[in-house]
Every structure is written in C-alpha cells, then in structure tokens.
Design a protein around this ligand. Structure first.
Ligand SMILES: Cc1ncc(COP(=O)(O)O)c(C=O)c1O
Length: 476
C-alpha cells in the first residue's frame, strides 16, 4: 500500500476540514470552514492553525490558497497571524457567534450574482454624478465649505435639500428633526446606541435585516424576534411579549421587510403604535428600501411621532459608496443621537453630504429613482412569470424576493447547487434572529444584474433546480 503525500500531510495536521461541503472559491471555502470550526468549538481560542504548506498538501491546494484563506479569516476577525510563530484562533473569538454581516469581495467570475440588495446598475448614474461633481468643483465657496468641519446634524441648507426631496416623494418631515448619518447602517447603530443600554431588550421581526442583528450584538443588547406573516409583524405576539418583558425598542421595515418583501398592514401599524404608547417603547422605522409613494402606507412616524425614529439612506437610490443617510427623530431624542454621532465620527463627511445635495438639486436623482422604480417593477413581473407555481413573497417594486424551497430541497444544498449552476443567493440563516430554527428558504435580489436578460437567465437556472430536487439521501 502506498501512502500519498496528502495522506501523510493530513496525519500531521492538527485540524483538517472537509471542503466538499463548502461552495465558492477554495480560499473562501477554507475561510468558511475555519469560521464554522471556531463556532462549533472544534478550534479553540488561541489554538495554532496548521502550518500553511502542510494544510495545503493535505487539502491538495496551493499554499497561496491557504495563505489567502487565512488572510480572509483574519479580515473577519477570526484568527490572528503572530510574526514568526504562525496563525492562531483569535482569543476573543472562540465561542462567538458567526458574523454573517460582511461583504465578501470575491474575484469576479461568471456567476449571476443575486445575493445582495444593490441598486440596479445604470450608466446614467455615472454621467449624472460626473456632472454634479463638476458643478461642485466649479464653486469655490461650496468646495471650501465642504472641506470644513460642520454641525453634526448637517448644514441647514443641506437639511432643507433633503426635506424638499423627501417631500417630492410623499414623505413630509421637518428639518428641525433631521440629522445626517454615514448611511442607513450608521443610522441603525446610532439609534440603538442612543436609546438602549447594554442588556436591554430590542425586538424586531424574527426575519430581519442582518445589519441590525450585527449592531445589537456589538452593543450587547438582548434581541428577540417576533414572527411575521403576510401582514407583517404579528403584533398580537408582540403584545404577549410586552406583558412579560419590557422591550426598549422595536426595529422594523414596515413598507417592505428585508428579506421577505412583506408589507405591514394598516391595522397592525395602528396596533403597534398603541402598544408603543402602552408599554413605552421606541419604534425604529427603517425606510432604507425606499418605495414609490403609491405603494407606501402611513408611516409609523406619523402614527406615533413622539416615539418613532425614521431612517432613510441614499444607498439604494444614488450610490452605496456615498455613505449618506438620515435620521428623522422626535426632538426629545435628537440631542442623544447627536451625542452618539459625535462620539462616532463628529459628523457625516461634509464633502459627501455636499455632493449628495448637489446631485439631488440637479434633478438627476429624481430621474434615477423613477427609472429604477419602473425597472424593478418590470424585473418583478419577469420573476412572477418564471416562478409561477413557486412559493415566494416579494414587493412588486422591491429588490428582494423570499423563496420558500419545495419539498426535497434543504437550504444549504440549494445555495450550493445554485452556486454550481452559476447563481449566487443567500440562505435564510443571516436573517434569523436568535437561535430559531432556520426556514428552508433563500433570499434573492432582482436588482444587481446589469441587464434583464441576465436576471432572466439566473431565474431560469433557479427554476430548473426548484423543479428537480435531489432524489433522496443515502443514509448509512
Ligand atoms: C433595510 C436596510 N436597512 C439599512 C441598510 C443599510 O443601508 P446603508 O447601505 O445606507 O448603510 C440596508 C442595506 O441593505 C437595508 O437593506
């Protein structure tokens, strides 16, 4: 019997993963396997990882792949390289829950990426940004102001630009109650930090935006999820919870839950506002996934203005790289929010805020928004035709689609099979609050492909998979 190089190396490895269970490029599969092993306790805090060349031989990959995987794990804060000594599991990380909230910048490949809720690509966006930049650059007074420190809330005339813009899209707010943030995620973090102390209870939909799960963890909050159905958050269940525990805040996306695309009914909105008054909690209303006025219901900020924070961002309209968002909050709470913002970053970058305002004032932002709303609606219609007979929920003008898998498919297998078929999407787990059982569902987004034809191809590939679930599993 001959013993291969890989068998010999494997015998000497203190840890050896089975990469067959992971999809994507090998370095990422190895980084994911490392994350899981740390989470499950197979790798302990401060444990030294196998030397890179040894693990590469054992796995039959290049040393470069292992180096890249260790680098990726380090970037995620899971391990640390110690000079001259090797790579170790991060002391603070072992036992931590896995962090699903990160953007993995993979090498571009041929996959059709439906995994992230990004704006629809539009060449006109670059052109109109270019023009807004040129206009700004031609005005030395505006440029000088954009380079200076400014009030943490934003300059009054900038706040007015946002007020007028929102007004044009059916949202009436006062500049007195508004402050500028570094985007929607920052708005969530600042709001939670200003309103809740460590250990206090945050409630959200049981399926929610992963950014709020990540923020609650960082702030050491207790976080519970309430089930949601076709009418949004089950406010009866929330009421039962309030009878036993004291939530300090409820976070939700009533116009379009991310990931399910579900809309909260008017009756539930009214009930939620009543509960907020009766049980004295704050409401954080996230409107970052901004919808056309005809599809919006009454805002929670209108139903309970004295206790609702309304969050908005330009990321899904103009560009995620601007990092410009807004919080509209009751006057009583603004000083706390401003203190939190100062402690973070003093102010949202004035240059970016000025550029965003110039872009909005040019009128081009409105055109981009109208175009995107129309395009998304057509993409959703395309999806409805292709997914006829499947169980899914979505909003007719929204980016996200929640697809319930038919009998026979399990979520991990489906995500891997989709990746093998060249389509990327996300399984349910990143959206699950707490340790509820993970639904057999995936989230996909209609917005990222450059062209509708590419989306169509991706959806057709998924449809073929949905119609041919694996034929049973061998059990030994
Ligand atoms: C519901 C929701 N809130 C907040 C955010 C974060 O927005 P931003 O990119 O502006 O930080 C996102 C981004 O996808 C989102 O979907």
């Amino acid at each position: 019997m001959t013993i291969s190089l890989s068998d010999k190396a494997r015998a000497r490895c203190s840890w050896f993963p089975d990469l067959a269970a992971y999809d994507g490029p090998r370095y990422k599969a190895l980084a994911d396997a490392l994350a899981d092993a740390i989470h499950k306790g197979e790798l302990q805090a401060d444990q030294r990882l196998p030397p890179q060349r040894l693990l590469a031989d054992a796995l039959g990959v290049t040393t470069g792949t292992v180096t890249r995987a260790y680098g990726e794990a380090e970037r995620r804060g899971l391990v640390e390289a110690r000079v001259g000594s090797g790579t170790y599991v991060h002391l603070a990380r072992a036992g931590d829950k896995p962090d699903f909230y990160h953007l993995t910048v993979d090498q571009p490949d041929d996959s059709i990426d439906l995994s992230l809720s990004l704006m629809v690509p539009n060449p006109a966006r670059l052109e109109s940004l270019h023009q807004a930049m040129q206009k700004m650059a031609a005005d030395p007074r505006q440029l000088a102001a954009a380079l200076a420190y400014q009030s943490e809330r934003g300059q009054p005339q900038q706040l007015q630009v946002f007020v007028d813009w929102l007004d044009r899209h059916g949202v009436q707010v006062s500049s007195e109650q508004m402050m500028v943030t570094d985007g929607g995620q920052h708005g969530i973090f600042i709001s939670l930090q200003a309103l809740l102390a460590p250990g206090e209870l945050l409630v959200s939909d049981a399926l929610t935006y992963p950014g709020v799960i990540a923020a609650a963890r960082q702030l050491h909050l207790r976080h519970l999820g309430i089930p949601l159905d076709e009418e949004g958050m089950d406010t009866q269940a929330l009421e039962r919870l309030c009878q036993q525990q004291r939530p300090r805040a409820v976070y939700l996306m009533p116009d379009q839950n991310n990931p399910t695309g579900r809309v909260m009914s008017q009756a539930r909105r009214i009930h939620l506002a009543e509960l907020a008054r009766r049980y004295d909690f704050w409401i954080i209303e996230d409107a970052v996934q901004f919808l056309p006025p005809a599809y919006r219901h009454q805002r929670l900020a209108e139903l309970a203005p004295e206790r609702t924070l309304y969050l908005f961002s330009t990321s899904k309209i103009l560009a995620g790289g601007l990092r410009v968002g807004l919080i509209v909050a009751p006057p009583l709470v603004l000083p706390r929010l401003m203190a939190a913002l100062r402690a973070h970053c003093w102010m949202a970058p004035p240059l970016m805020v000025a550029l965003t305002c110039a872009w909005i004032e040019s009128g081009e932002a409105d055109q981009l928004l109208q175009w995107q709303w129309q395009e998304v609606q057509e993409r959703q219609q395309l999806l409805a035709e292709i997914f006829q007979g499947q169980r899914y929920s979505c909003h007719p003008t929204g980016f996200v689609v929640w697809l319930e898998l038919p009998e026979g498919w399990r979520v991990g297998e489906f995500v891997r099979a989709a990746a093998d078929a060249g389509v990327r999407l996300l399984g349910a787990e990143p959206f699950c609050v707490g340790n509820q059982s993970v639904p057999q569902a995936v989230r996909l987004c209609v917005s990222p492909p450059k062209e509708r034809a590419v989306l169509q191809e991706g959806l057709l590939r998924l449809k073929r998979l949905l119609e041919s679930p694996p034929q049973g599993r061998a059990v030994f």
